[in-house]
Design a protein around this ligand. Structure first.
Ligand code: DQA
Length: 138
């Protein structure tokens, strides 16, 4: 069974409550329950942290044994050399996901330290982007 992990960065624990016009009104827990039921033949885990170093540690932990990592580093996408370096250092392919179309938003969201070393990037499709990323590993 393929082993995947969704790693979500800061403020994504507030999905459903946070700017629902941008990020939707579904909580990630409810979405993730449905995802796990939808893909019974995949082992899919979820990890969320608001702390940059914890995200780096998780990338390192999963990055040599898992089949795929789906990473929404949220605001750290645009600022974190450390997360970018971790994505480069590991062997497991990383698909970068953003719920919103970051290119349609403020200019500071156009920069990503993750993209140069990601297998691919999915953005602007809402939570469905995570499912598209899962399917890219099937
Ligand atoms: C986000 C986009 C980021 O710019 C923002 O800081 C987030 C969420 C997205 O999924 O659309 O927190 O990564």
């Amino acid at each position: 069974m393929k082993k995947l992990i969704i790693i979500n960065g800061p403020n994504l624990n507030l999905l459903g409550k946070r700017e629902p016009n941008v990020y939707g009104s579904l909580s990630f827990t409810d979405f993730f329950d449905a995802v796990q039921k939808r893909y019974p033949n995949l082992a899919i885990e979820h990890f969320q942290s608001n702390i940059e170093g914890e995200l780096i540690t998780k990338l390192q932990e999963c990055g040599f044994t898992y089949d795929g990592i789906i990473l929404n580093a949220a605001a750290y996408t645009h600022t974190s050399v450390g997360i970018g370096d971790a994505v480069k250092a590991i062997e497991t392919p990383v698909v970068e996901v953003h719920i919103s179309n970051t290119f349609g938003r403020e200019e500071f969201r156009h920069q990503s330290f993750v993209s140069p070393n990601a297998k691919g990037v999915i953005l602007g499709f809402g939570l469905q982007g995570y499912e598209l990323a899962i399917e890219s590993f099937m």
